[in-house]
Structures are given as C-alpha cells and as structure tokens.
Ligand binder design. Structure first.
Ligand code: ATP
Ligand code: MG
Length: 131
C-alpha cells in the first residue's frame, strides 16, 4: 500500500516506478480511501499499541494505493525495498528513506508474511479484480 502521506505529496508514480523496476509485477491495483473503521480493521494486530489511534487517523486521512504484487521471495524482497519502519533507520535508496517523513507517516506498507499478504489482498480485492 502507498500510504496517505505519500499519495498527498505526489510520490505515487515514483514509488510505483521503483517497485516495478525492482522486478515486482502488479496483479491488482486501486486508488481508494479507507474509512476509520476500515483502517482500524486493517491494522487490528496493533490494537493494543500506544500508536494505534494515531495510525488509524493517519491511514484514513487521505487516499491510498492498494496493490497485490508478485515476485519470487516477494515479502522479504519488498520489505528490503521499502526499508526500516523508521525512515531515519532505513538504508539509502529504500522507498522509506527517499519518501517517508517519520516512523508514523512512512509512505508505504508491506505485508509481513505470505499468509498476511493473502489476507490483505482479500481485504482490498475481489477475484474479478486480479489479473
Ligand atoms: P507496515 O505494517 O505499515 O508495513 P511495518 O511492518 O514496518 O509497517 P509495524 O510494526 O507493522 O511496521 O507498524 C505498522 C505501522 O504502524 C508502521 O508502518 C507505522 O505507520 C506505525 N507505527 C509503528 N511504530 C510506530 C510508532 N512508534 N509511532 C507511530 N507509529 C508507528
Ligand atoms: Mg507491519
């Protein structure tokens, strides 16, 4: 997912370009906006964390790009491409180093396992939206 900070700053095109050049292929994609309730559900695993309210407000604050991406070793390679959660700790050249402002507003989301990638893909896309 490209998060609201990055879509609002006009970084969506540059981020997608970097993702595609890194060898990911797009299986599904949409421009949409999460309600607070939807953002809360998406990040439900973090419900008990102190930043949950802030995260839900931020993730529903503007449009996002949701996508299903395919590649060998996709989860690990995508997390390498986006860099550490906190952009101050992200490696040079990573998407978060280039485009994220802070640990909260960090430009992109990546799934943390194949299992969660499947759950998150189903959150956004029907079978008819995947090619
Ligand atoms: P994501 O799941 O969005 O790809 P991540 O897996 O790198 O990020 P998580 O630990 O899953 O990191 O945290 C989810 C999101 O919650 C982060 O991307 C960030 O937007 C927000 N977040 C995490 N830690 C903090 C924090 N200390 N303060 C504020 N927001 C935070
Ligand atoms: Mg995560």
């Amino acid at each position: 997912m490209i998060k609201p900070d990055a879509t609002q700053k006009g970084y969506s095109g540059a981020i997608l370009d970097q993702i595609i050049k890194a060898g990911f292929s797009v299986k599904a994609m949409k421009w949409t906006r999460l309600t607070k309730e939807q953002a809360g559900l998406f990040y439900e695993v973090h419900k008990e964390r102190p930043f949950y309210g802030e995260l839900v407000d931020f993730m529903s604050s503007g449009p996002i790009v949701a996508a299903i991406l395919e590649k060998e070793n996709a989860v690990a390679d995508f997390r390498k491409l986006i860099g550490a959660t906190n952009p101050a700790q992200a490696e040079d050249g990573t998407i978060r180093k280039l485009y994220a402002a802070s640990v909260g507003e960090n430009a992109v989301h990546g799934s943390d396992s194949d299992e969660n990638a499947a759950i998150e893909g189903d959150f956004f896309f029907s079978k008819l939206e995947r090619f």
